[in-house]
Design a binder for this molecule. Structure first.
Ligand code: 48F
Length: 262
């Protein structure tokens, strides 16, 4: 069969454009493709919502790949067991209420489930800002290539609309920190009205509050996963991951309600 480089190029550009145009007006834009973001996106797509994940790395999975200190295993506790087995992840019982999972298997199966459910995943794209409209509502996200960001090139961004935005950017809580910095008089739905900041490690407390911290932190902006604990001033928890999946699940429930009211 003759192969034309021009056909290869045309196929890539047309394929990308067709799918990306469908993501220009999503129900939910999830920023960050770690465990909380991918889980949230999966449950949203299963509800029939149009959901896009924007991930600055060339791969999704966030902090899962490296497991604990580069040992590619993660710990899952009992309350999150059904979510993981729902993705088809094999859980090795360890002690009562604890399971060990292969981090590579977990990333792969969660990602496959999300894509099969209809999630559009865009990698290599950083969310550098949000769209804002009257009454300071967040109405979308502002995008640029991660490579452009790293090269510090002066290239203007593009934008996509979403009824709801989810900050699932992990410890950095990048979207929430951006609006706290850029919106004059910004008051978040936290005790202080600002980003409280992550506390040192205390796994039991961190895991117990993460679902409660998964909230609408600003009109139409939800926070999930480690970003939720960072915004609300709760501890980090290291290589125990159940809370990330439970937070993603709760975030999807909140986003469905919110998007339904817009
Ligand atoms: O860090 P990450 O895995 O967040 P998570 O879902 O899970 C946290 C755990 O991995 C671990 C833990 C377990 O107890 O504490 O740390 O809360 O995934 C966050 C993803 O967001 C991407 C980042 O590359 C990572 O893959 N990200 C961060 N900022 C941006 C972004 C941005 N501005 N635009 C796009 N992606």
């Amino acid at each position: 069969m003759p192969i034309s480089e021009i056909d290869v190029t045309r196929g890539i550009l047309e394929g990308f454009s067709k799918d990306f145009l469908a993501s220009l007006q999503s129900d939910v834009a999830v920023v960050g493709g770690g465990p909380s973001g991918m889980t949230c996106a999966y449950y949203l797509a299963r509800e029939g919502l149009n959901v896009s994940v924007f991930e600055r790395n060339l791969h999704v999975g966030g902090g899962m790949w490296g497991g604990g200190m580069l040992f590619p295993r993660i710990i899952i506790q009992e309350p999150a067991r059904d979510i993981l087995t729902g993705f088809g992840v094999k859980l090795e019982p360890f002690k009562e209420g604890y399971y060990v999972a292969d981090s590579v298997e977990t990333v792969s199966k969660v990602t496959a489930a999300a894509i099969d459910a209809g999630v559009k995943v865009w990698v290599g794209i950083s969310v550098e800002d949000v769209l804002i409209r009257e009454e300071s509502k967040i109405t979308g996200v502002v995008l640029n290539w991660r490579a452009v960001e790293l090269a510090n090139l002066h290239v203007d961004p593009l934008a996509v609309e979403a009824k709801v935005v989810v900050d699932a950017t992990g410890h950095e809580a990048n979207v929430v920190r951006t609006i706290a910095r850029k919106i004059p008089g910004c008051r978040l739905n936290t005790d202080s009205g600002g980003v409280v900041g992550e506390m040192p490690m205390w796994a039991e407390v961190g895991e117990s509050v993460i679902v409660e911290n998964t909230r609408e932190v600003y009109p139409r902006l939800l926070v999930a996963g480690m970003a939720a604990n960072a915004v609300y001033g709760s501890p980090r928890m290291g290589a125990i991951f159940g809370g990330m999946f439970l937070s993603g699940e709760k975030c999807a429930q909140l986003a469905v309600q919110l998007a339904g009211n817009i």
